[in-house]
Design a binder for this molecule. Structure first.
Ligand code: NAD
Length: 709
């Protein structure tokens, strides 16, 4: 049998089901594919020569997941349930087949892919570090809708299953074996043979699995009363982490709860019903939108102009430099890591080593790959080999004089084709480029901290930057695993610029007597991962001071009516409050720099004294949140960002704008543009002209448009 999705080969009584979706790079599960499973099962069951089967992929991944685009066709209740029910029936057929099917997993086995593997009689995974198993539906505001909420807890226990489903995290082969998610591990090359051996074995006698749960897990999961404790704790964790903004985790818990107390059938029914309910939520709509945007941004719009990058120079081996070196070396780029201090170079190597060491420990990276990665980074104090550099990225101190000096010195040693990129957070690239012999080869590559974790790269181009330079840096960013946006040079570019009014309004509210803890809490309630006060401590109050007193604020004052600036941050800076870095900030820190979640007793002395008053949470998050939203619209109006999509991607991936709100532009579209105008007018009336609606918003509202229309 051969069709668009699978081909069946028979070898000595074993049917090998090759998953290989034609005209697609990946195997994914969509409504069409589900239809091909029944004839496949008919063939297996009707062929008396076949004793058992192995399901394996011809692609680099097993199955990447469900076809998310198919969800866009679900417009109302009842649109998805028939498809889901069909999916459940076929998965049941796989699970109950008299001829056992073994899943042979190499590469990504995600979402619906893992749910198929869970329905199989057993699973063998390759030890390839790219082999990852996950139920990541929660990240799209959904739940595992193909039996995952029922089969997974029965296989690995309720607590481990909830951990996987509520976080969507990746599980690598060895931890998967340890928790009982897979039964065997083989090398990639021996995977098929190992699965055939296991299939033959199960065809003779069912596999006996040992319960891998700990004594405590067994105790807690063993009866309804203690099980309730598990769900209560899980709910508390979800409440804490999401502030109730995301419905999916609650629906996942409910499915597991019903399934474990009332049986599989009821559990499946809950899953079908609740999955459809989630598809129709605005939260899932926005999260899926972000997923598509991320996929879209992986494509370099001017790919044909990109030049090859084999070697980069990373100048400045501080916190940012070490991170950029790491993500580059991880993708086969040779890195010349230069600093002026030997101890910084040593420290940078240790930082990288510590981070990848964690991956080695989790068996997510073989030791050999880690050694190779380290070998690609050469620490140096001189300019040795700089003539081989394709792209130089500087992350030296945030000081124009230092940047100019570094540029002049480096250009002496670089080839004429080398690109000079700056990781500055706010200094104008045009100004930096003034010291260059080749300003068309100067660009901003603004990474976020910590670099290995933060997904965004903001590329900043000046009027002179050549297109091939932008394109080459775009490719490099994608290779480093980043989601890339390209913005125009201007004070604060895009991300720092929209962050500044948010921070500024938080400081204004402190001046008005607001409580710093309440501000943080209110913004988390709105959906930011951390509040602005914590963020100022994290980024550094010194950095905040430079931004809040520098060019960017001058730009705001010059171009905006009624801009209000607090001098609290200057006072803090002068009193040497730099935030977490010197353990002296808004919050108290222990000797290891851990935030004690308690305010420094002295902090209100910079903001008018200890007499604090309570504000309405809504007023706090509207004033502070809408300051960012308004600035984003102004960036579009001024052409700093090219389109709303870049604005949303930048705000969500760079600054943690609540993903379930889709970004500032999707948020305005959802509110309705006229309603947004009204909201800004109301804020302006109560709190000053700085809230007056941007012209672009007024125009679009008047024309009855949306930002995405
Ligand atoms: N820390 C952040 O969160 C963050 C985020 C985005 C961008 N940035 C930007 O990145 C840059 C670096 O920030 P950081 O936090 O890594 O600072 P850092 O102080 O940790 O590192 C700066 C490094 O530059 C080195 N250096 C100074 N002069 C040099 C020279 N002439 N040649 C070579 N090395 C030199 C220093 O020895 C130091 O190791 C700044 O421009 C900053 O604005 C920082």
């Amino acid at each position: 049998m051969k069709n668009k999705y699978v081909e069946i080969e028979k070898r000595d009584g074993i049917a090998i089901i090759w998953m290989d979706e034609q005209d697609s790079k990946i195997n994914k599960i969509g409504p069409d594919m589900i239809d091909t499973f029944n004839p496949m099962m008919d063939e297996l069951e009707n062929d008396s020569e076949v004793r058992a089967a192995v399901m394996i992929s011809r692609k680099k991944d097993f199955i990447a997941g469900a076809d998310i685009e198919a969800f866009a066709n679900v417009k109302k209740e009842g649109d998805w349930q028939p498809i889901a029910k069909k999916g459940h029936e076929i998965l049941d057929r796989i699970q109950n087949s008299k001829k056992p099917i073994v899943a042979a997993i190499n590469g990504a086995c995600m979402g619906a892919g893992l749910e198929i593997a869970l329905a199989c009689s057993a699973r063998v995974a390759s030890d390839n570090p790219k082999t990852i198993m996950a139920l990541p539906e929660v990240k799209l505001g959904l739940l595992p809708g193909g039996g995952g909420t029922q089969r997974l807890p029965r296989l690995v226990g309720i607590q481990k299953a909830l951990d996987m489903m509520l976080t969507g995290k990746n599980v690598f082969a060895y931890p998967a074996k340890k928790m009982g998610l897979v039964d065997r591990i083989a090398t990639k090359e021996a995977l098929l043979d190992a699965a055939i051996v296991l299939a033959n074995q199960i065809a003779k006698a069912p596999l006996k699995r040992e319960d891998k749960r700990s004594g405590m897990e067994k105790f807690l999961e063993g009866n309804p009363i203690t099980r309730n404790i598990i769900f209560k704790k899980a709910k508390e964790m979800v409440d804490r982490q999401t502030n109730g903004n995301y419905p999916a985790p609650y629906e996942i818990m409910e499915c597991v709860k019903v399934g474990m107390s009332s049986g599989l059938k009821k559990g499946y029914a809950e899953e079908v019903k609740r999955f459809e309910k989630l598809i129709l939520t605005p939260e899932s709509f926005q999260l899926r939108g972000i997923f598509f945007a991320m996929t879209e941004k992986k494509k370099n719009p001017q790919a044909e102009l990109a030049r090859k990058t084999d070697t980069i120079a990373m100048v400045g081996a501080g916190f940012m430099g070490a991170g950029i070196a790491q993500v580059s070396a991880a993708k086969d780029v040779r890195v010349l890591l230069k600093d002026i201090k030997q101890e910084t170079l040593t420290q940078a190597r240790q930082t990288v080593w510590k981070d990848i060491g964690k991956k080695v420990k989790r068996k997510a990276m073989p030791q050999l790959d880690a050694d190779r990665l380290m070998n690609r980074i050469t620490g140096q104090l001189d300019y040795n080999n700089f003539e081989k550099v394709d792209v130089l990225i500087e992350a030296v101190f945030e000081d124009m004089k230092v940047k100019h000096m570094v540029m002049k010195e480096c250009e002496e040693h670089l080839s004429k084709d080398a690109i000079f990129a700056s990781n500055t957070s706010a200094l104008p690239i045009t100004e930096i480029a003034k010291a260059s012999k080749r300003p068309e080869q100067v660009i901003g590559m603004h990474y976020f901290s910590p670099v290995p974790k933060m997904p965004l790269l903001e590329i900043v181009v000046t009027d002179q930057t050549a297109d091939w330079v932008t394109s080459t840096c775009y490719d490099l960013g994608v290779r480093q695993g980043k989601t890339v946006i390209v913005v125009k040079d201007g004070p604060g570019f895009y991300t720092t610029r929209i962050l500044a009014p948010l921070m500024g309004e938080a400081l204004n509210m402190l001046d008005e007597g607001a409580d710093a803890l309440q501000i943080d809490k209110a913004l988390k309630k709105f959906g930011f991962p951390v509040g602005p006060i914590t963020l100022m401590d994290e980024v550094g109050i010194d950095v905040g001071y430079h931004i809040m007193t520098g060019d960017l604020i001058q730009h705001f004052i010059a171009t905006r009516k009624g801009v209000k600036t607090s001098d609290g941050i200057t006072k803090m800076y002068e009193a040497k409050y730099y935030g977490r870095k010197n353990k002296k900030g808004f919050y108290k820190y222990d000797e290891n720099g851990k935030n004690m979640r308690e305010l420094d007793d002295n902090v209100y002395s910079f903001f008018g004294g200890n007499n604090r008053k309570k504000f309405d949470d809504k007023e706090i998050y509207e004033r502070i949140g809408m300051s960012m939203v308004s600035e984003a619209a102004l960036c579009l109006q001024e052409g700093i960002i090219a389109n709303p999509l870049d604005g949303d991607v930048g705000a969500v991936f760079g600054l943690g704008f609540p993903p379930f709100r889709g970004g500032p532009f999707r948020y305005m579209d959802t509110l309705g543009l006229q309603a947004t105008v009204d909201k800004f007018n109301e804020l302006a009336k109560n709190h000053g002209d700085r809230f007056l609606p941007p012209q672009i918003l007024l125009d679009k509202a008047k024309a009855g448009e949306t930002f995405y229309s």
